[in-house]
Design a protein around this ligand. Structure first.
Ligand code: DX5
Ligand code: ZN
Length: 214
């Protein structure tokens, strides 16, 4: 089954509670955390995740676009994240391993994320312990960018690694997902689709969510 994860980066932050309830037919709520260092943009942090947790029971899929994420794993877990994605480019392998261990101790689900430049095989040292792999289909940092279609190849490679080593692991894609690109990523092996502008830019949000599941 295809799952849809609306990205609140495209929501109205002054009406965040309303905009979260508007996507309640979706599967996960995707929360983009940016630090102005790993990516050039700054978005939301721990107190906002904590507030979101108080207002929804949705599964919180928190995408950490931050340097050395090991520094903040406990805080985001305590704030109420259900799953944390850390970027493989954001620290040395020892820091990534430590962050994943910490997620296990905190009881949050574990994911690693890949920028478009990163080879699919970078997930190999971690794959057996992961709940999800996130393949970026745009350069992380901003919503509303164009889908990078050469990432279909990376999705296919990640799918084959998952099928070989950890078939229960989910494969999420993020960036430029729309009713036009969704069938391509699903065909390549993705099962969780993040979408910001395609959902929040629609007049009919429940239909926009349903359109991505097809
Ligand atoms: C980009 C973020 C995405 C973003 C996707 O760095 O990780 O989650 O919100 O936005 P769209 O769907 O508009 O490309
Ligand atoms: Zn994201």
């Amino acid at each position: 089954m295809i799952k849809v994860a609306p990205s609140i980066l495209s929501a109205d932050f002054c009406n965040l509670e309303r905009d979260i309830h508007r996507v309640s037919t979706a599967d996960y709520l995707h929360v983009d955390v940016m630090d102005g260092a790993f990516v050039p943009n700054l978005t939301i942090g721990i107190p906002v995740v904590q507030s979101i947790r108080k207002h929804t029971d949705m599964f919180l899929d928190v995408h950490l676009m931050i340097e050395k994420p090991v520094r903040y794993i406990k805080d985001f877990a305590k704030a109420g994240a259900d799953l944390l994605s850390i970027h493989l480019e954001a620290d040395h392998p020892s820091g990534i391993a430590k962050a994943l261990d910490m997620m296990g101790q905190c009881g949050v689900k574990k994911a690693v994320a890949l920028r478009p430049i990163t080879d699919a095989r970078a997930i190999l040292p971690y794959i057996e312990q992961l709940d999800m792999v996130l393949v970026m289909t745009v350069e992380p940092g901003f919503g509303g960018q164009a889908f990078i279609d050469t990432q279909l190849d990376t999705i296919r490679q990640v799918r084959s690694i998952i099928d070989q080593y950890n078939p229960n692991c989910e494969l999420e894609v993020d960036g430029g997902i729309s009713p036009k690109t969704a069938p391509l990523v699903v065909e390549a092996g993705a099962n969780v689709l993040v979408a910001g502008s395609a959902i929040y830019g629609s007049q009919d949000i429940p239909s926009a969510i349903a359109a991505l599941r097809l």
